[in-house]
Design a protein around this ligand. Structure first.
Ligand SMILES: [Zn+2]
Length: 193
């Protein structure tokens, strides 16, 4: 993966409105067998706000990407645009696009790590025993997948075809019309308080 820093700008922070401290960094990332992706990261040292987004420079059709998570696929490159829904049905985890969702380039292991920290956060919020037990089971399942001890299915649905699983083992399917209507798109906007 080649990265090239294109542009760094000082901007007004979209979260706390501080002037002259927040940075917007634009990077062009070349992903083999996929193409170029533009990554923008905004960071504010004043309030800690951080947001990343990616734009694939080549637009594709709406698509459903499916791959098996197993010990040989953990390093498979993943491009997740902020309009994509990512799920692992066997584990019962799903992330849908929303105003705060981010676009990023990672690999399958990185996706598992993101789910792992989301479940850990949830674990701290639940106080009833049943939810605690369920969250712990989910956490263990994710950790076993990370170690390559188990297999499951990773599904990425992207109504704008901006995401990708970069592997010859990926199955690319059309999104059925009904499913397409139900998908959240999480259109890009930064929440202003
Ligand atoms: Zn700020």
């Amino acid at each position: 993966m080649n990265e090239e820093e294109l542009n760094e700008m000082i901007i007004k922070c979209p979260a706390c409105a501080a002037e002259g401290v927040a940075k917007s960094i634009m990077k062009e990332i070349e992903i083999p067998h996929f193409g170029k992706v533009l990554e923008t990261t905004i960071q504010c040292p004043s309030c800690g706000f951080k947001h990343s987004d990616i734009i694939a420079l080549e637009q594709n059709d709406p698509a459903k990407y499916v791959i098996e998570i197993n010990k040989n696929n953990l390093s498979v490159r993943i491009v997740r645009s902020q309009s994509a829904t990512v799920s692992i049905p066997e584990v019962g985890v799903k992330v849908e696009p929303g105003p705060k969702s981010e676009g990023y380039v990672t690999n399958i292991e990185g996706i598992l790590t993101r789910f792992e920290s989301a479940v850990k956060k949830a674990l701290n919020l639940f106080d009833d025993e049943e939810s605690q037990i369920n969250a712990k089971k989910t956490l263990e399942h994710i950790q076993e997948l990370k170690k390559g001890n188990e297999t499951a299915t990773l599904i990425i649905l992207d109504p704008f075809g901006q995401s990708n699983i970069v592997s010859e083992k990926v199955e690319i399917l059309e999104i059925p019309e009904e499913e397409l209507h139900e998908l959240k798109t999480g259109f890009s906007h930064i929440e202003n308080k």
